[in-house]
Design a protein around this ligand. Structure first.
Ligand code: NAI
Length: 296
């Protein structure tokens, strides 16, 4: 099936770390975008962050002011889920929780038209499970962007057992037309990247828990010497510790509590304390004025 046309409306639900960036990607491609967040003011603050990032590109001469204004004018903030009715593609980027995602998609089925594609940016939850409560689970697909969405090219297009091939193909072609590099994958625990990345985080956390080395040393070793673009702790702080922890919990559960995927107590403690990484100002590192300092 062909890609969406740029005149088709794209809706994004959730304007946090991922949703605001995904809205930017769709608007840059030329779509009218509707952005909704359940928390009052969150969609506006997501759009403000996008504007700030784009203004930096203008300062660096990488984008013109008229192009930025044009892009931002295509992102419309809406106050209610029911405002998403005109969307041909809805991309959900809300909290990583099966029940909450199922509930949002069930409401969307009654709001949007029968041919609307419902995509989830879930990092690890089974698409088959999200679709289990839907009347039209054939229209549900995973569209898994990576952080930061405007920069990272990979998009995992995830098919659950009931996802229609034409729906996955449309999302694949649409991602290509947005300048992304999509890959098809089936709904297995953690899909491709998050599955393979689990030991990267888990083993780094174990070295820390065993007192083998401190956070900065482990990051430096993997980054400066190991060739990774970011160390595991920097990356977890960027992703959000709540999100990373939720993905580990889901993957661990999906593998019947296989000890390989055992969640870390240090990470749980930080999550319980609301120390979620960059978005809260402190995680493994502290982010005064966005400059990382030594953490706990
Ligand atoms: P976040 O916590 O930064 O933002 C989530 C947003 O969703 C918040 O603004 C919240 O108010 C809103 N929200 C929560 N429940 C809602 C509801 N019922 N209706 C509407 N809005 C609601 O989370 P983040 O990091 O953007 O993650 C969102 C999704 O994207 C999750 O499924 C996560 O696993 C996935 N993801 C996250 C990545 C990351 O690096 N943070 C990377 C790729 C996927």
């Amino acid at each position: 099936m062909a890609a969406l046309s740029t005149s088709d409306t794209v809706a994004v639900i959730g304007a946090g770390t991922m949703g605001a960036g995904i809205a930017q990607v769709a608007a840059k491609a030329g779509h009218p975008v509707l952005l909704f967040d359940a928390q009052h003011g969150a969609a506006q603050s997501g759009k403000d962050k996008t504007a700030k990032g784009l203004n930096r590109l203008v300062e660096k001469g990488k984008m013109s002011q008229p192009d930025v204004d044009d892009l931002l004018s295509r992102i419309q903030i809406v106050e209610n889920l029911s405002d998403l009715a005109p969307a041909k593609l809805v991309i959900e980027a809300i909290v990583e929780n099966l029940d909450i995602k199922q509930n949002v998609f069930a409401q969307l089925e009654d709001i949007c038209s029968a041919d609307t594609i419902m995509a989830s940016n879930t990092s690890s939850i089974s698409l088959t499970a999200i679709g289990a409560k839907l009347k039209r689970s054939n229209r549900l697909v995973g569209m898994h962007f990576f952080n930061p969405a405007p920069i990272m090219q990979l998009v995992e297009v995830i098919s659950g057992l009931t996802t229609a091939k034409e729906v996955a193909d449309c999302v694949y072609e649409t991602s290509l037309s947005w300048g992304k590099k999509p890959v098809h994958a089936k709904s297995t625990p953690g899909f491709i990247v998050n599955r393979v990345a689990r030991p990267f985080y888990a083993e780094a956390l174990r070295v820390l828990e065993e007192g083998g080395a401190d956070i900065a040393t482990i990051d430096t070793a993997l980054k400066d010497v190991g060739g990774f673009r970011m160390g595991p702790f920097e990356l977890m702080d960027l992703i959000g510790l709540d999100v990373n922890y939720a993905v580990t919990l889901t993957t661990w559960g999906q593998f019947y509590n296989d000890p390989r995927f055992l969640p870390s107590l240090i990470q749980k403690e930080l999550v319980d304390g609301g120390l979620l990484g960059r978005k809260s100002g402190r995680g493994f590192y502290e982010y005064g004025d966005n400059v990382p300092k030594a953490g706990p």
